[in-house]
Design a protein around this ligand. Structure first.
Ligand SMILES: [Zn+2]
Length: 65
């Protein structure tokens, strides 16, 4: 029984580590992408959605280079 308990603990720890790695990978894939999309679609000054890369109709943001 002792051997079985230690085996279960090792399996649980390995599964936990794998889950953490998978979550970290998903976090890296999701967070930067969503930030880029949000910054590209929304005007930083008025917060309304823009079409393309042109400046916003409010005249703020967008036209920085
Ligand atoms: Zn705007």
């Amino acid at each position: 029984m002792r051997v079985l308990v230690s085996d279960v603990i090792v399996k649980a720890v390995s599964l936990f580590l794998i889950a953490m790695v998978v979550l970290a990978m998903f976090g890296r894939l999701r967070v930067p992408g969503s930030k880029k999309i949000g910054a590209a679609l929304k005007c930083p000054s008025c917060g309304s959605y823009r079409i393309g890369r042109g400046p916003c109709t409010c005249g703020g943001g967008g036209d920085r280079k």
